[in-house]
Write a protein that binds this ligand. Structure first.
Ligand SMILES: NC(=O)c1ccc[n+]([C@@H]2O[C@H](COP(=O)([O-])OP(=O)(O)OC[C@H]3O[C@@H](n4cnc5c(N)ncnc54)[C@H](OP(=O)(O)O)[C@@H]3O)[C@@H](O)[C@H]2O)c1
Length: 291
């Protein structure tokens, strides 16, 4: 997809991942525009656009000739209304403005999540598995996925698992705080390091003839207890206590996500499992931020 053609990329929702993605794409010679509500100085050579995806008029400033779009906006709060605004209404507004402007991007990439799966028994899922989310987060994400894939634009959906990294260290803090992990049922967790989020988005954006949906998780779905036990060992802390669903009902689905399609497309993980990822985090001692 890249070749000699000049790429003009729009990153709608240019926050932590978007900014790093923009820097990576710019280093490959692409022109990158980062859109967000707050007027912040994006690192050079990224070009900033101050606009609100909830306010279509503000999107008129999008430059002509956009060749690729990434949609990475996040909701302000954990409510249905905020999720609808950030994922469904914001995407709808953007697609409508691009259409009205006569823009013809060759790819529009929507960042979704594994919350679209409602499976509860630790079963393996892939891009062809049933998506019948019961919670509003998965429902709104799925609605936005369909909005894009049924639009006039060539759409691509990336479903990230739980992101961890320098800016997201909730699991480490849980272990440090001595929180328990779930048994009965054993809860699976599917993770991806934030560096791989950037790598995957860069790869899929530039891939010739991609599929429409990709699951983006590392090679090692594991139980919450396995991960927390391992982290406790690294941190020289006691193993977490065990609790059951009866004591504390888990809030998440329970499935193992398969990354075969992504790897077959040629993506090589920078951190293939949580071990490499957390070891790098611990070594660099940069565990600020939140997940
Ligand atoms: N956390 C996880 O484990 C997880 C899992 C799966 C997927 N994801 C996805 O990861 C992606 C982003 O991650 P991130 O770390 O880069 O998040 P982030 O740093 O919060 O960036 C999101 C950006 O969206 C902008 N934004 C929000 N609402 C907007 C609006 N109405 N108009 C314009 N811009 C808006 C925000 O900037 P302003 O406030 O300045 O507008 C912010 O810079 C999201 O697509 C999220 O769904 C996360």
């Amino acid at each position: 997809m890249s070749g000699d053609f000049h790429e003009r990329v729009l990153i709608a929702g240019c926050g932590k991942i978007g900014t790093r993605l923009g820097e990576e794409l710019a280093s490959l010679g692409e022109e990158v525009w980062g859109l967000r509500r707050q007027r912040v100085q994006l690192p050079s050579p990224l070009k900033g656009l101050t606009a609100d995806l909830g306010v279509p008029e503000s999107l008129q400033a999008i430059p002509a000739g956009i060749t690729r779009v990434y949609y990475l906006a996040t909701p302000n709060t954990y409510t249905d209304a905020a999720y609808r605004m950030a994922y469904v209404d914001g995407l709808h507004n953007l697609l409508r403005v691009l259409a009205d402007q006569g823009q013809t991007p060759r790819r529009v990439i929507f960042v979704s999540s594994t919350a679209v799966y409602a499976q509860q028994s630790g079963e393996w899922v892939d891009e062809t598995s049933l998506t019948v989310p019961t919670g509003f987060s998965g429902q709104r994400l799925l609605e936005a996925e369909r909005l894009l894939l049924q639009s006039r634009f060539p759409g691509l959906v990336v479903r990230f698992g739980g992101i961890y990294g320098r800016h997201r260290n909730a699991m480490l803090r849980k272990v440090q705080a001595g929180e328990p992990c779930h048994t009965e049922p054993l809860l699976y967790t599917n993770r991806i390091h934030e560096d791989d989020c950037v790598g995957v988005l860069c790869h899929l954006g530039r891939l010739a003839s991609p599929e429409h949906i990709y699951l983006a998780v590392d090679d090692a779905p594991c139980t919450q207890c396995e991960l927390m036990d391992w982290l406790a060992e690294q941190l020289d802390r006691p193993k977490p206590a065990r609790i059951t669903a009866a004591q504390s009902p888990p809030r998440t689905g329970n499935k193992r996500c398969c990354n075969t399609r992504l790897k077959t497309s040629g993506y090589a993980f920078r951190f293939p499992t949580y071990r490499e990822g957390y070891q790098a985090m611990l070594a660099s001692n940069r565990t600020d931020g939140s997940e």
